[in-house]
Design a protein around this ligand. Sequence first.
Ligand SMILES: Nc1ncnc2c1ncn2[C@@H]1O[C@H](COP(=O)(O)OP(=O)(O)OP(=O)(O)O)[C@@H](O)[C@H]1O
Length: 235
Amino acid sequence: MNVLAMTNVQKKFGARTALDGLDLKLSSGEVFALLGPNGAGKTTTINLILGFLKADVGVVDVCGIDAALEPLRARQHIAYIPEQVALYATMSGLDNLRYFTTLAGLTLDAERSSELLTEAGLTLEAQHRPAQSYSKGMRQKVGIAIAMARSAKLLLLDEPTSGLDPSASAEFSRVVRAAADRGTAVLMATHDLYRIKELADRVGVLHRGRVAEDIDPAALDHVALEQIYMERLST
Ligand SMILES: Nc1ncnc2c1ncn2[C@@H]1O[C@H](COP(=O)(O)OP(=O)(O)OP(=O)(O)O)[C@@H](O)[C@H]1O
């Protein structure tokens, strides 16, 4: 079964058409990169999956649940990592993880919490520090640990590597790949062609409200990938 199935999705804002017949299917363990320039509809796509927006036409299905009709049930399967993961500033990473997982109805002991954060790449020292001292990459690690604790089937990432230095970005790729290897489906909205090449199993270029290309990045180098992207932008 598809973890995510978007079928003929149309979404307008007034006279502006953001999505125009978008089809997107994602299975367990797959990393899909959604590429598109500013205003292409990436955030709209994510908001539809989360059920924050409803499509004018078409269906958004998450693990067999209609995200527009049952957004709360659909969201139980989803972990969303926004560009800036919001954490309680004065609480440590460890306490943030335990707090957010408690909200999700889970009970994690200190040992398991620390293990999850370590798997997400946060050092033991950092786990005990207040989150206000964290970089963007460290916040994301806590977000990913929360997603793993909840056994989310679908991970949504919005511009995950923008503003990360190359080593944080590589570390992030490693953690996302590990999540995918455990069966999580990953949808990543991004401009980062370099990371895509390393991390994504499939790349879609969002153009005129649809996924215009579905590319296997392994078959292309960065230059060819960039070329396809630029060609799409100019048509
Ligand atoms: N709430 C809204 N009201 C009106 N127009 C909107 C709204 N949300 C999005 N749009 C329009 O829909 C289109 C798609 O926007 P969206 O934010 O999904 O693009 P994006 O690919 O995420 O862009 P960016 O890379 O800048 O974040 C744009 O033309 C945008 O102006």
